[in-house]
Design a protein around this ligand. Sequence first.
Ligand SMILES: *[C@@H]1O[C@H](CO)[C@@H](O)[C@H](O)[C@H]1NC(C)=O
Ligand SMILES: *[C@@H]1O[C@H](CO)[C@@H](O)[C@H](O)[C@H]1NC(C)=O
Ligand SMILES: *[C@@H]1O[C@H](CO)[C@@H](O)[C@H](O)[C@H]1NC(C)=O
Length: 505
Amino acid sequence: MSCVRLLTLLALVGTARASAVDNQACATSSTPSGTDFFPAAARLSPGNLTSGSASAFVDGGEGFNVTYAETFKVVRTKALPGVEALTYVLYQCGTTQPTQDVDGSAFPAGARFFSVPVKRVATGMSVAVGYLEQLGLRDKLKLIDPAYVHAPCVQKAEEDGTLAASHVIYLGASKYNYTLWHNSISTNNVEMVITDEWDTGYSNSDKDVVFTPSHTNLGMLERLSFIKFISLFFNKETQASGYYADQYERWNYMAGQVAAAQARGGIPTGYKCAWVTAAYEITWDDYKRDICTAAGLSIHIPSAATSSAGYYKYPSKAAFLTDMANVAVVIDESWFTTPSTDATKTAVITNLAFNEAPGLPSLSPSTGMILRLDKHVSDGDPLYSHSTFWPTESLTWFEDSYVHPAVVVQDLVRLSWLNGVAGVTTLQEGCPRFFRDINSNDVVVKTTANECTLWDNARVNGLCLAQLSAQRVAVAALLGASPAARIGANLVTVTFVAIATMILV
Ligand SMILES: *[C@@H]1O[C@H](CO)[C@@H](O)[C@H](O)[C@H]1NC(C)=O
Ligand SMILES: *[C@@H]1O[C@H](CO)[C@@H](O)[C@H](O)[C@H]1NC(C)=O
Ligand SMILES: *[C@@H]1O[C@H](CO)[C@@H](O)[C@H](O)[C@H]1NC(C)=O
């Protein structure tokens, strides 16, 4: 139904049908006055609920809150350490930019105004690409820095020349030249620039939206909740709330199954995990702790460290290796330029100096694991080239882990407790994988533009969700519990039935 016809119909039936307004379309001269573009059904859902908020005010958790009016919404981000609070006023395209807040007060100085749904977006971040992909908003991306992008369809669009590329020139010594990037923002008529608390690819203007899911204070589900924040700019609240609720439930289900199995003695407790680098650093950000805890591991904090610091640098290699004796699962975050060829088992172990401590539990599959986060990487081969541009193989971790927390925990649970169990390791093509098991010479998989159709099919048809559902069936059977009723069952396609049957046979 066309917007004009719909609005005509609305005019005939009165405001009772206001919830039927399609807020993907702009208001026009024939839009009746008093049309509510943001009725309850179109608003965000609070917490893990799936129906739109009856209240015009919705608290979005750690990141933001939003207040809806009929033609606009006011989004207030919350201050985090090192991140100032900002106000974004998002008004329906075709309506007049509001001059005062919902309660009649003035907007705060520095409030940024956007006509929504935003149609032309730029970002220099990989993180933002993951959220946009999951919300089906790739066509809104008009400019990227392809150096770190993994998403195969974004790689493809860039390589086909349908998506513009540019970059910020690094001058050394923490200095940057933004001229080229800013010119590209201008020539591509970009309306909104997604940046972060480090100003990654910022426009240094009111087009900037500061997107902070990588903030160290945030846990895994809080990172996910930022899908709700970004959805506001595209009137995609319903999709974001539904996806959030489904991932929330899947994450908690898996964590609950693991905890219950541990309580019964079905799988062991007390194993520690540690996120380290070859610079003898260890970190325990909230999201890292969440991932380990959900998978039935406990996060290791060195006894010499201050727990609230989240970070510790060992005074020496010897101190590092001594402490690694306490850790079963080592997650190695050391940088390799070309993981597919450089980060071999020998290179990873030598880089961490673990070859000098052969008794470490992480070195033996019977007592632990060494994992890396580079199971899926891009081919680091964009169309774009420039004398100051250096693309690398980019990890899906920095893009997809934010919006696929349930896949992250599934991946770690599978490797920690279920590896080798028939059926459980059945994985769908086109779904992200994150952890790479170094001791078993697990290979890096390069994702290229050629995989675009495969990955899009997996997302659009819910194959990654089907993979999660298949594992929950298998886990429930293995661990002796029946799967709880789950929400979002409508997201699971027929394919899931086939997989589940295959596994259970
Ligand atoms: C919404 O968030 C802003 C920014 O953090 C805060 O000042 C305000 O009090 C919040 N509103 C409510 C009703 O909680
Ligand atoms: C910054 O980049 C622009 C565009 O590439 C170039 O013309 C200019 O000379 C650069 N300025 C500096 C200070 O490097
Ligand atoms: C939603 O969250 C509440 C706690 O806030 C919890 O009790 C409930 O089980 C959650 N629902 C689902 C389906 O996860």
